[in-house]
Ligand binder design. Sequence first.
Ligand code: SD4
Length: 328
Amino acid sequence: MSQRRKFIKQSLVGSVLFLPGVAAACAQTQTTPTPTGEKPLILSTWNHGIPANDAAWAKLNETGSILDAVEAGVRVTELDLENLSVGLQGLPDREGITTLDASIMTGDGACGTVAFVRQVKHPISLARAVMEKTPHVMLVGEGARQFAIAEGFPLEEEKLSPKAQVEYDKWKVTSQYKPIINIENHDTIGMIGIDANGKLAGSCTTSGLAYKMHGRVGDSPIIGAGLYVDDEVGAATATGLGESIIRICGSFLIVELMRQGRTPQEACEEAVKRLVAKNKNIKDIQAGFLAINKYGETGAFAVHPGFNFAKAIASGNTLIDSNSHFKP
Ligand code: SD4
């Protein structure tokens, strides 16, 4: 041990031995505030989070499994014909092909994801199958599709939904690749939940960025970017421009900040601050985060105004506007 470290160690021992009053006072001031959270609790991104939370809550009551709940919840959004950012009805890539990304994770570290997958109606369930039936975490593209066939997932015909076709035809007029800050353009569902015993799980599913390059994968199927869950600490999920979220390992960052003592709200705000610092053209980038800690306390924050989320607790399921780094 170096002389300096020895000295520091000795002086700490000395202070405890000779200043018991000070040590006792320190111990008192370090007591953490009583958590104000609530369990069970489910959070999900955007206003489609309301029906998704309802389905998740019903599933939690039915099976008692928070994993079942977060899968069932986002399956509702995967079939929502009004949603142009999730499921096979989502807006396609530049070539007119819809490709999907999804991830699912539980607080014990189990996780599964699929990316750049075609023709599968419920990529979240395929991600769960990757988690439960393979030794892997992530399957992509043709491999994911082959796995879907092997697991008995029906493959859908590759055809844009009428709404997506209209939008794609409009886009083709200029074919300009420019992600825009727009609720219509950022509609991914990320869901995180905690059961009454403190078990956590999360899910995230998307058709990704509209008119992306063929093969582009966003944050949603990247564990640590679009989703991260740890029973010892809490969970986080993300929505918005995936590249900006991947760049800061957004969801993992939030969970690690909570591990170091930040509240979920403080952790979300710090992640947004980091994202703002690390991304150029921030005025063109929207991203939002949700977090829960193991006490059932919550946080939400976005780069720009406009992000909202649904929060379900025993007394009800409500839509809440998130605060943001840039003000209206
Ligand atoms: C992505 N994060 O693929 C997704 C897009 C998104 O609401 O959140 N849309 O980059």
